[in-house]
Design a protein around this ligand. Structure first.
Ligand code: KG4
Ligand code: ZN
Length: 334
């Protein structure tokens, strides 16, 4: 069985072919970074237009690379939400058109369920139940994964997501889009404890996060200081330190409270090397194990959508059959 996966929820066109027997056969990605760079962030209208340009050639390339003929594709999985509505509509329209032409089913996939199972693109992944920290540009969530399709949201950000905080602080520091990875690079040259930022909500009960206060205090420090290369690096370093502390401490609390052994990290921010390192160290201290996908599977990609498509197809858990996207689709509605 072979599934074609289509991801177009934001500024990456991701296409993959996943085989039930052989795993991932091809994984093509076109990132729109260059297009949005001059605006300092994603421009939704430009994003959808670029998906339209890139999606068909990428599908052709993914099929060629997979060496699977289109007649041997059994179903098409596409991201139906959450995300930017026009970008989602490009993937949805192409998925439904191909499904009509090739006479095969179409499977709408929840983007966060894609991130949740990106760990299963790796050789090593945990057994159920596990706790998952999704930290992306749109979401920060702690989720208890009891089984496939059985999720409990333990905590979430009540304001900005972790990725948004990275991107906004990077912009304030005058760093280029995409902010998160650039800030992380600059932070490497920062001196330890030149600045110290707050860690909001750490003493609140429960597992919710808040990042907007952290961002505001970074903004205040930026306005008070003359920015040179070293100050920028010092602020980036202190900010990264604070955000990683918040993510690690809350996750540690949740996994201990739930009495669960394994943790997975996913979503774009989990590509952050300092976060991966710190989480591993902290989990080891309390006898827990952390799993994270390769960097290329942390950020948006078609492979995770194809994989979840295969699982849903085999379990006959296909949500809706008509052309549909839902930019505000909640994981609770699955
Ligand atoms: O999962 P993703 O590719 O897209 C969404 O579903 O939102 O996540 C993108 C987010 C962006 O905010 C980006 O700045 C952040 O992930 N990100 C990083 C790193 N790589 C990507 N943040 C911090 N450090 C990184 N290395
Ligand atoms: Zn994502």
């Amino acid at each position: 069985m072979h599934i074609l996966g289509i991801e177009t929820s934001c500024d990456e066109t991701g296409i993959a072919v996943y085989s039930e027997k052989k795993g991932l056969l091809s994984n093509k990605l076109y990132s729109q970074t260059k297009l949005h760079k001059k605006y300092g962030g994603v421009v939704p209208e430009l994003a959808s237009r670029d998906h339209i340009k890139k999606i068909i050639p990428l599908i052709k390339e993914a099929l060629i690379e997979s060496k699977i003929l289109k007649k041997n594709i059994n179903a098409i999985a596409y991201t139906a939400g959450p995300g930017l509505i026009n970008s989602l509509l490009v993937g949805a329209t192409i998925a439904h058109s191909l499904s009509f032409a090739w006479k095969i089913p179409v499977i709408p996939i929840h983007h966060l369920e894609g991130h949740l199972f990106s760990i299963m693109l790796e050789k090593k992944f945990p057994k159920y139940p596990f706790i998952s920290l999704i930290a992306s540009g749109g979401h920060t969530k702690l989720i208890k994964v009891m089984n496939f399709n059985k999720y409990e949201i333990l905590g979430r950000s009540i304001d900005d997501s972790a990725g948004e905080a990275f991107d906004k602080v990077a912009k304030l520091l005058g760093l280029e889009y995409p902010g998160g990875p650039n800030l992380s690079l600059v932070a490497r040259n920062g001196e330890f404890k030149k600045f110290i930022f707050p860690r909001p909500m750490l003493n609140h009960p429960g597992f919710n996060f808040s990042f907007s206060g952290l961002k505001s205090s970074v903004a205040r420090i930026i306005h008070k200081n003359t920015l040179n290369k070293q100050t920028i690096a010092n602020i980036a370093h202190a900010f990264e330190h604070a955000i990683i502390d918040i993510l690690t401490i809350k996750t540690k609390k949740a996994i201990q409270k739930m009495g669960i052994k394994n943790l997975t990290l996913c979503g774009g921010v989990s590509a952050n090397k300092s976060l991966r390192k710190k989480m591993k160290k902290e989990m080891k201290k309390i006898g827990k194990k952390v799993f994270y996908p390769k960097i290329k599977f942390c950020t948006d990609n078609g492979a995770m959508i194809a994989l979840v498509g295969l699982i849903r197809f085999k379990k006959k858990l296909i949500k809706k059959k008509f052309l549909t996207v839902n930019p505000n689709w909640s994981l609770k509605e699955l």
